[in-house]
Design a protein. Structure first.
Length: 51
């Protein structure tokens, strides 16, 4: 389950990049030139292995 802070951060970044946040599996935000995986202080320890 995603945290509220993660969702808010991802939506804010996606808005700045003029794209949408993908809440499903996979990369959180995709632009024509970037793939952005959003991590917050709450999730970074658990995700270190994934990155």
């Amino acid at each position: 389950m995603e945290s509220k802070k993660h969702r808010q951060t991802a939506e804010r970044i996606a808005a700045k990049k003029r794209t949408t946040y993908n809440a499903d599996q996979g990369v959180d935000i995709v632009t024509p030139t970037q793939a952005i995986e959003v991590e917050t202080a709450e999730t970074v320890r658990a995700r270190r292995r994934k990155l």
